[in-house]
Design a protein around this ligand. Structure first.
Ligand SMILES: [Zn+2]
Length: 296
């Protein structure tokens, strides 16, 4: 186990080598969370107890909890690593240097919205019911949303993010992308936001009210997974929200089993939440299959 002095020393060396430089390579093995976009600049490297945090200028934060086994090494680009490659959990490369995190038990990435970087993001958001609207501007507004804890279902109704988007289209869009309406903004990756905006625009411009997949179908079967569609009145003012809990579990923190919330590690990382949500979904699919099998 490294002493805290050694961790501080390592972080200082990484700071000198990496901060202010564009990232040439970022690999976080077996971590599905958001990654810094190519060539984004490393802004800071900090230590919080036994964690080393790396922050990029696009708002991505990498947190590596070193606990007893983890350590960061800093190498010159062509230098041999002092540990086996398969033990690497993260590799960050900049001009001249490679930083490698070995054996860290917990590696997480998440997005930290920073409104200071986008002072222009006031006013009403792009009207996505119109063709040729600024979809990337809309994605950016989602990424910059100031409340990391806000639910995506509420944020889609916020006119400073997106306009021309109705309540029926909201339920239909979240169903189409398979995302939980209760997912928190901080857990959404750049790709999640981009896909969401693209789908929202397609649905807003279609005749989606004619044959909705979930809206108004409370208690009926989901066309995709045969789960039972649920209904809830949410937000201010309260609006009807319909979703299928069976196939819209992605990034839903409420689905984390209680026993996983006890102990010293609470899963907060999208990758982990996704894994848990997928595991629950797989169990349910299996049950549906077994039920059908018994029916014959
Ligand atoms: Zn479903």
């Amino acid at each position: 186990m490294l002493s805290s002095g050694k961790i501080a020393h390592t972080a200082a060396a990484m700071r000198t080598a990496l901060v202010g430089l564009p990232t040439l390579r970022f690999d976080a093995m077996s971590t599905i969370g958001p990654a810094p976009v190519e060539r984004s600049v490393i802004e800071s490297i900090t230590v919080k107890r036994r964690e080393i945090l790396v922050q990029w200028d696009d708002g991505i934060v990498l947190s590596t909890a070193l606990r007893l086994s983890g350590e960061w090494h800093l190498y010159r680009t062509d230098e041999m690593w002092r540990k086996e490659t398969y033990r690497a959990r993260v590799v960050i490369e900049v001009e001249g240097w490679v930083a490698v995190c070995f054996d860290a038990p917990i590696v997480e990435t998440y997005r930290q919205p920073d409104r200071k970087r986008h002072p222009q993001s006031g006013g009403v958001g792009p009207n996505i019911s119109q063709p040729n609207t600024d979809l990337s501007g809309c994605t950016q507004r989602l990424l910059d949303y100031r409340y990391a804890d806000a639910m995506i279902a509420d944020v889609l109704m916020d006119e400073t993010v997106v306009s021309g988007f109705g309540n029926v289209a909201r339920s239909e869009t979240l169903w189409a992308v398979g995302l939980s309406p209760f997912a928190k903004m901080a857990d959404l990756s750049y790709e999640d936001c981009a896909v969401l905006v693209e789908t929202a625009s397609r649905i807003a411009q279609s005749d989606h009210e004619a044959s909705p997949s979930v809206y108004g179908r409370n208690g009926q079967r989901c066309n995709r997974c045969h789960g039972t569609i649920e209904f809830k009145s949410v937000g201010h003012p309260r609006r009807n929200l319909y979703w299928c809990p069976e196939c819209q579990g992605r990034l839903d923190r409420r689905l984390i089993p209680n026993q996983l919330l006890q102990g010293d590690h609470t899963p907060t990382h999208p990758a982990e939440l996704m894994y848990i949500a997928d595991a629950i979904a797989a169990r349910k699919r299996r049950k549906i299959f077994d039920d059908l099998h018994q029916i014959g």
